[in-house]
Design a binder for this molecule. Sequence first.
Ligand code: ADP
Ligand code: MG
Length: 660
Amino acid sequence: MLSVKNLTRKYKNGSSYINAVDNISTDFKVGDFVFVVGASGSGKSTLLNILCGLDTKIEGSVFVDGVDTSEFTKKEWAIYRNHYVGFIFQEYNLIEHLKVWENVALPLMFQGISRKEAKVKAIEELKRVGLEKFANKRPDQMSGGQNQRIAIARALVTNPKVIMADEPTGALDTELGHKVIEYLKEVSNDRVVVVVSHDEDLAETYATRIITLEDGKIIDDSAPVTEQYIQTKEISFERPKMRFSMMMKFAKNNISSRMVRSLFTSSIVSIGYISIFLLTFLIMGINGSIIDTLGKLVPEDQYQVYNIENTEITESMMSDLQDLDEIENIRYNVSESISFESRLGDNVNSTLYPIPYDSAQLTQYGELFGRLPATDSEIVVSIATAQQMRDLLTVDEDSYGYIFDLIDGVVIDLEFISYELLDEELVTTLGSYTIVGMTTGNFMSNNVYLDYDEVLDLSELINSEVTYRTTATAYLTISSEEDVEDFYVLMRDDYNLVVENFFSSITSGVEDFMMKALKWFIGIASISLVVSGILIGLVIYTSIIERIKEIGILTAIGAKASNIVGIFLVESAFIGLLSSGIATLMALLITKAINSLFTNIIETPLNLLSAGVFEMTLLSPSVLVIAIVIAFSVVYSMLAGLIPSFKAARLNAIKALRKE
Ligand code: ADP
Ligand code: MG
């Protein structure tokens, strides 16, 4: 049961108003087959739109089952249209990109009914209008009469209490028109059916009641409702949600019907993401490579210890430190320039180092031929020193073993030569040592390595007057950042010593620099993102402009604003996914290409010189970065599509439907 009381709808006409519906009060009851007739412009469509809840800018009241609709929210109006009303338009208003059965099932899908279930009901409804065998066709493959029957099936599929039809026969020939009206009459016994028509013959033949309008007023009513309506129950406004799969379907159709444009937009948008990917990969690659290379040159677990005033760390202090729990080992940093005779009688000038506490360091970046010293009279030489001993110039990995064979077991006499006085060499003989090993790690330096205590003794011997030892290398037993920090404080307060980890101080410097670079890159990248955001917004906006009529149809059959917004948001999310997907693919391809170019042209030749120290990945792809960018892209696209989507949801359905 529908009632209107003192219903007026004003339209502005220049400076004055015209009353399209003028102070109408009447009721529509179940079982009546009502025809609203009248000349063109008499207000028939306006009245119908109001009864459907498509037009709510009214004066007076509309009651649905006794409930005053003036309190209805937009959402409740949408639910009312979806559950209570079936609307049949003059021009069928089917959605071209959906199949026949999907068109019929559409109102059900806005109720949150599954596709499968909706399909069953839609086919049933199509059977009733005799079109079930065309379920999988599209509206443009059907005739006008068939399309109007599809539209009727769509109006009836939710089993609504109210059927409204605005000139349903307007586009049909007389015979088809009669069929449509007969079918509507059939379904009218348990519903309110209101048909707008200017065909008075049709009305006379089928109507149980004819309302005649003129200038917005009822001038004749053949069978006014006399009984008083008693409210029996409240309208229920349960709010089922449209299934996400339904929004996907629309978005997918929207996009696939404009695939070229979607791909084009996504490709342009992806340029921004590609540049972000490549810049981040580059920064991460270089950063990682620098840290890797540094890690090879500066051992991570070594701490340098020195006196604040750069004065001696005394031997007693050293033994105190060695006793601390936090210190595994501490040794003076000692090295001395020494020389000895080569095979041909020349002097080989070399630097004498103790075997590192962590002797693995000797072999870490190369290989140890022979072995480490077992006594303090055994010595290890570096490959460069070995070469010089034998006057060999080439550095060829294949000949390392051969070179070692030439010097293995050779006894050398180490000398310390000081040039304190002009032209006067002061030679101190240090002793004879047997070569037992050769290291290829520190490949370019002329080094020899002896037992630590031996080096300490020798350096005392050489510098007997000046034995200041100002720096030491420590290995700590602790590794947590906090403990190390506490240890730094302890050393400063109790021993006046500074402790430093070169690796972390250098790498944190590098990381600082890289973070600054990253911020710059992000700044540049955001400009491209602003551009792509505008682009996505425009594409969605265009898509909306092209779909105004469709939005009108969806609204008329009960889509809520959130459904419309949802459809376009899914569409923009898809563009976001597509563009970041394209960007990921392109970035990975470009990364691969650049990295292999880099390896071939720069890294391999460089490594021949550096014995693998400068191993470098120029671009280092990161799954995390890719995931973040894809997620960002989807969210960002949705944000860009938000304004146009809300615009779509606010479109006036009546105006939208009039759009061709
Ligand atoms: P009918 O369906 O009987 O032909 P309508 O209900 O469409 O008549 O129109 C009734 C009156 O309201 C007409 O004078 C028409 O010009 C006017 N009207 C309808 N819609 C609008 C509108 N959106 N803006 C201004 N006037 C309108
Ligand atoms: Mg009309």
